[in-house]
Design a protein around this ligand. Structure first.
Ligand code: NAD
Length: 136
């Protein structure tokens, strides 16, 4: 079992009297998209950026299909100063904890996935491990 300590409040340092409900704090909030370099995720990320949202992407660029396609998917979005990209595995709890400590996250949109049905029949253990984050 992995122990996770409570993250420090992200609004610390924003000023006296500021907390997570303050308008000022809201300005700093991000939407975290897991699998943001994937097919669906990258379109969503572009839409969020076009609405001036701050976006954090966590994607491990795995080789389920060519990682080069994923880099192409996200190539426009990474030019935005409102995007922060982490090349991390969402099963890595300490990496995730660090990300949540660094960014005030308003919402998480979870699109990291092994989306194919046929490969899940060919390699069921891979899917079982990834979906349940076992063995980590
Ligand atoms: N593509 C479609 O037409 C479609 C339709 C309906 C629903 N969906 C759903 O949307 C979700 C995303 O599908 P997609 O087509 O964008 O798939 P995709 O494979 O293109 O994207 C998934 C992304 O998640 C990343 N990822 C996978 N495991 C990860 C992990 N452990 N840590 C970090 N990143 C990880 C991959 O690198 C990839 O970039 C899935 O749940 C899928 O079922 C897709």
């Amino acid at each position: 079992m992995v122990a996770i300590s409570a993250p420090r409040p992200w609004w610390e340092g924003l000023g006296e009297g500021v907390n997570c409900y303050s308008e000022r704090a809201f300005y700093f909030m991000s939407i975290l998209v897991t699998g943001g370099a994937g097919f669906i995720g990258s379109h969503l990320v572009e839409r969020l950026l076009s609405q001036d949202k701050k976006v954090v992407v966590v994607d491990n660029f795995n080789d389920f299909y060519l990682p080069a396609y994923k880099r192409e998917n996200i190539s426009k979005a990474i030019q935005s100063s409102n995007l922060t990209l982490y090349e991390d595995d969402i099963c890595d709890t300490s990496a995730c904890q660090e990300i949540f400590e660094k960014h005030p996250v308003e919402k998480v949109i979870h699109l990291a996935a092994y989306a194919g049905v046929r490969p899940s029949i060919e390699r069921p253990l891979l899917y079982e491990r990834r979906l349940t984050a076992k063995g980590r």
